[in-house]
Design a protein around this ligand. Structure first.
Ligand SMILES: C[S@@+](CC[C@H](N)C(=O)[O-])C[C@H]1O[C@@H](n2cnc3c(N)ncnc32)[C@H](O)[C@@H]1O
Length: 393
């Protein structure tokens, strides 16, 4: 029997998915239809969007070694790398740009070490398999290593990294804020699974967690990076005009975002059908927060040791017009595609909370809800992102 067909005798509860999140949070591994590798179109658009900024930032970086005999390897880390096309594209983009920079200015190519880092629950096996192409070559483009661990903790020795990038990852928090899960707290997020549109106390608890997490991330990178090294971050974000309770901007994006309406409805369906009780739903929250540029800037200033070279807010459209037209002709396939997307990102934490059978049921309800809401298909959803480039001073 497929594990998704088994009915669980018990489910993991609150602390398992909250405090110990680093053990279960990850994108869905493998390469089937609900894998992250097959559902990373928006992060891929994010990579295309940031390419010119990243290339420009690398061109303006100081040169660390001017002659080949003295040159050490240049060390690059991708923090929250996941697995799939985007993972390799990110490192390729940085290595190519750095190589060109050294050829142009110093007349030689340094060696490169690339560290692929993510939570231990990441599918490193798939990642390493996809690296085998470069491993077979005699002249390596770079030497690769996997570094399991949370980017909210130290991952490298002091003064190790020349470039650290983190793309579409830092909006994931280190944990669900405790208060949001406590029944007796004013910040208990009853009846919802995310922060968008939640009451003030919930929003404040998420904002506080986000502030602490970003400061932890920055202070670890401050230790690990060499002077003159570059930190390049792209994370889910919101524009200055949007208050934190409005995480997603315009009403169309909010209605359509995979963390909001249809997902809340799918959880309610499980309750209405008697498959779970309210307490089980209320024990699940999505550990993600879209920061504003002011929040990011404040954390960087408070941490010290970095100078912001550039920071901007942009919007990414969820998918191409061509795809939207295709889905309008076949709303069922639209529901399936969106359910795959949500499974790819939330599958592992939903499963840790509900068990395989009920999480499968949740995503079926989600798929049905999306397929039957034709109005959604005609809306365009935008993902806001903040891009920051900072130099370690
Ligand atoms: C949406 S994926 C982005 C992957 C890839 N960078 C891209 O652009 O496609 C987010 C990744 O961040 C990772 N992540 C989330 N929290 C993390 C943490 N505390 N430490 C390290 N990685 C984390 C997740 O496991 C996931 O692989």
């Amino acid at each position: 029997m497929d594990s998704s067909q088994e009915h669980p005798t018990s489910c993991c509860i609150t602390k398992e998915t909250g405090g110990a999140l680093h053990r279960v949070l990850c994108m869905q591994g493998g390469d089937d239809d609900s894998s992250y590798a097959k559902n990373s179109e928006a992060p891929a658009s994010a990579i295309s969007l940031c390419r010119p900024l990243l290339l420009k930032a690398i061109q303006s970086m100081k040169v660390f070694f001017s002659n080949k005999d003295e040159a050490e390897s240049l060390r690059i880390a991708d923090l929250g790398c996941a697995t799939g096309y985007n993972t390799l594209a990110t490192i390729d983009m940085v290595v190519d740009a750095l190589r060109q920079q050294y050829i142009n200015h110093c007349g030689f190519e340094p060696e490169f070490e690339a560290f692929f880092s993510d939570l231990p629950s990441n599918d490193f096996n798939s990642l390493f398999r996809s690296l085998s192409n470069i491993a077979d070559k005699k002249t390596k483009q770079y030497y690769a290593a996997g570094v399991p661990g949370s980017f909210y903790t130290r991952l490298f020795p002091r003064g190790k990294l020349h470039v650290a990038v983190s793309l579409s990852a830092l909006h994931w928090l280190s944990q669900i804020p405790d208060a949001v899960l406590e029944k007796t707290s004013a910040a208990w997020n009853k009846g919802r699974v995310w922060i968008d549109g939640a009451k003030k106390e919930v929003v404040e608890a998420y904002a506080k967690q986000s502030e602490k997490d970003l400061e932890d991330f920055l202070s670890c990178r401050k230790e690990e990076m060499v002077q003159g090294g570059m930190l390049f971050l792209l994370m889910g974000g919101r524009p200055a005009s949007q208050q934190p309770e409005n995480q997603l901007g315009d009403p169309d994006s909010r209605a359509k975002h995979p963390f909001t309406t249809s997902l809340d409805q799918a959880w309610q369906d499980l309750i209405n059908e008697g498959l779970i009780d309210e307490e089980t739903r209320d024990g699940f929250n999505i550990p993600a927060y879209m920061r504003s540029m002011a929040e990011v800037e404040r954390a960087i200033k408070r941490c010290g040791g970095f100078e912001i070279e550039r920071m901007e807010y942009s919007r990414i459209v969820e998918h191409s017009l061509e795809k939207q037209k295709q889905w309008m002709r076949d709303p069922i396939s639209y529901g399936r595609a969106k359910a795959n997307l949500v499974r790819a990102t939330l599958g592992p934490i939903a499963e840790a909370h509900l068990g395989p059978y009920l999480s499968h049921q949740l995503f079926i309800r989600f798929q049905n809800r999306v397929s039957s809401d034709i109005a959604l298909l005609h809306k365009t959803c935008y993902y806001g992102v903040i891009v920051v480039c900072a130099i370690r001073t």
